[in-house]
Design a protein around this ligand. Structure first.
Ligand code: SF4
Ligand code: SF4
Length: 179
């Protein structure tokens, strides 16, 4: 059976002290050119920060949603009150998180996959308090997903035959640098 690797960052809220190193390194890693600047507003991980209530919740960006949800609950965990939004990973219209400041386009965590030499995401590496734990697991790939992958592989092979691997990689690099 074919499997795929699912990547995840487990957040241990109690260990986060709000230092925001994760925001700095994420934005610097994704700057163009890489490490040329840092701006936490461009980070794909943000820390919900309420020092007076001793609340620090790091969340990394998930999917974009065009509509805000109706969830307005408050959760009490270990004596601390958290808004429902504190744990939501969506870039959504009702808050400013996870939007590129110049364009307003949504930002999404890519697990730092643009650098295949990394053994763990940059935010995990830079969190000295071990509040972020990188985890992977293998999951079976569904039959239609296998079919899609084969189709993609055949399509890419045809493009490589026609244009050459170098041109194809150059185009992919240009496309990925747009985010
Ligand atoms: S680097 Fe770690 S401790 Fe610092 S804000 Fe991010 S998650 Fe929290
Ligand atoms: S895994 Fe990479 S892209 Fe995702 S939040 Fe962490 S540093 Fe940013």
């Amino acid at each position: 059976m074919k499997t795929k690797t699912v990547k995840n960052i487990r957040v241990i809220v109690d260990k986060c002290n709000g230092c925001r190193a994760c925001e700095v390194i994420c934005s610097a890693f994704h700057a163009q050119p890489r490490y040329s600047s840092n701006n936490p507003d461009r980070s794909r991980i943000r820390v919900i920060h309420e020092p007076l209530r001793n609340i620090f919740v790091p969340i990394y960006a998930g999917e974009y949603t065009p509509a805000e949800c109706a969830g307005r609950n408050t959760y009490t965990i270990d004596g601390k009150d958290y808004d429902e939004c504190a744990f939501c990973r969506a870039a959504c219209p009702s808050r400013g998180l996870f939007k590129e400041p110049d364009s307003g386009l949504p930002l999404s965590c890519d697990m730092c996959e643009s650098d295949p030499t990394l053994t763990k995401p940059k935010c995990v590496e830079w969190c000295l308090n071990d509040a972020l734990i990188y985890e992977t697991r293998e999951e079976p790939v569904l039959e239609d997903e296998v079919g899609r992958q084969q189709e993609l592989q055949q399509g890419l092979a045809a493009l490589v035959d026609k244009h050459g691997m170098k041109d194809l990689l150059d185009i992919v690099a240009r496309m990925s640098s747009r985010d």
